[in-house]
Ligand binder design. Structure first.
Ligand code: MN
Length: 192
């Protein structure tokens, strides 16, 4: 058997996912982002500060990642759970990122809730795809991606798969943002 020296041989395993609540048992990494982690991302910064003060810095989103080696050949998968809510009238969203290895794609399968995957390329091209239970979004290599929960009651839960060594690049998004934002204006979803 040929084993690449950059890819560790590990044992097969199965894992329990709570698809309804968006929880992975015993994840390798559990990332939690609160409203205060989102400073600089929303249009209405005052509304974000108000939300942090008045609602005790509520949980924004969580990502449960699997414990596999971050190496070429391995596949990382995660469950991402984004809470519903508004900052001013902008829908709750994730920070969004490029992959550090920018030529790597990702699969998102929506399990629950409703929203959009917003994607942008370095040259400024922007696209969005609807996320609803059963919709799968293919994020091609080179596209930064962010999910946005347009629901008012339910979390937006997705299952994702991506190359384990793809890494994250948040820095460029922090500086540039995305060309489109998604708002809920008195019940009407607007992508502006
Ligand atoms: Mn990604």
């Amino acid at each position: 058997m040929y084993i690449a020296d950059t890819t560790t041989l590990i044992e097969p395993f199965g894992i329990d996912l709570d698809l309804e609540r968006g929880i992975m048992q015993n994840p390798g990494h559990h990332l939690k982002r609160h409203a205060s982690d989102m400073r600089g991302y929303y249009k209405d910064e005052e509304a974000l500060e108000k939300l942090i003060q008045e609602h005790h810095d509520p949980l924004h989103y969580e990502v449960f990642e699997t414990p596999v080696p971050k190496e070429d050949g391995h596949l990382m998968y995660c469950i991402s759970t984004l809470q519903p809510g508004l900052v001013g009238n902008e829908c709750f969203m994730t920070k969004g990122h490029y992959h550090a290895r920018v030529n790597t794609g990702e699969i998102y399968l929506c399990l629950r809730g409703v929203g959009y995957m917003v994607m942008k390329r370095e040259d400024g091209e922007c696209r969005y795809e609807k996320m609803v239970r059963g919709n799968m979004v293919y994020v091609p290599p080179y596209w930064a991606h962010r999910s946005v929960n347009t629901g008012t009651q339910e979390p937006l839960i997705s299952f994702c798969v991506y190359p384990a060594d793809c890494g994250y690049n948040y820095g460029d998004i922090e500086k540039e943002g995305f060309p489109k934002r998604i708002f809920n204006e008195n019940g009407a979803i607007k992508i502006l």
